[in-house]
Design a protein around this ligand. Sequence first.
Ligand SMILES: [Zn+2]
Length: 227
Amino acid sequence: MNYGYLAYPDIPDDAVHVLPLGAVEPHGPHAPLVTDTLISIGVCHRAAARLEGEIPVLVLPPVHYGVTRYARAFPGTVSISEDTLRSLVTEIAESVGKLVLVNNHFEPEQVATLRSTGLPLLDLTRRVNAERLTEEFRSGSCHAGRYETSLVLADRPELVHTKRMAALAERHVDMPAGIRAGRTDFLALGMDDAYCGAPAESSAEEGRETFETLTDLLVELIREVAA
Ligand SMILES: [Zn+2]
């Protein structure tokens, strides 16, 4: 199911491919730059495992780079343009056949670009999906907070600086409202340490539960695409 590790004779004809997408950007002083991609990778592998024997699902090598300008005041931000992302994704789609995009970087320009490809997209910013996720996620105060940090703790705990995490005060920032008001960088949004939400409350257990919900959503989408 890990596409990059297969030898070519082993690639099934009728597979659905999933492409993990994210960003390279600061996620607080405690979580890794590629947090968003790690979440996408975790969901893709769980969905592929759950559909084993029903639908062959192949997890493509991830696209770590995304459109990420809001974090530019901090070191660790590596952004690509909307045009580059669109070309990359559409050209990958042309190569592989059935493809589902799995994104966990929610900067509006990233989401809009992925939507504009017309490809099937696990779009967690759609209300019908967001409603099934945690309270912090729905609040919009969820960059490197409890929601995302818990997901990283579930899969890659060695990448979280747990001492730093435990010392971080809760910081409520309604990112969607701030962005609508024209505040399009972390500092203007009030995120002096490149996070919002409550990272100190994170747990691997919550992360595993959230992964189950994310996997439900992706499995539903893959079944639609395979049908
Ligand atoms: Zn993130």
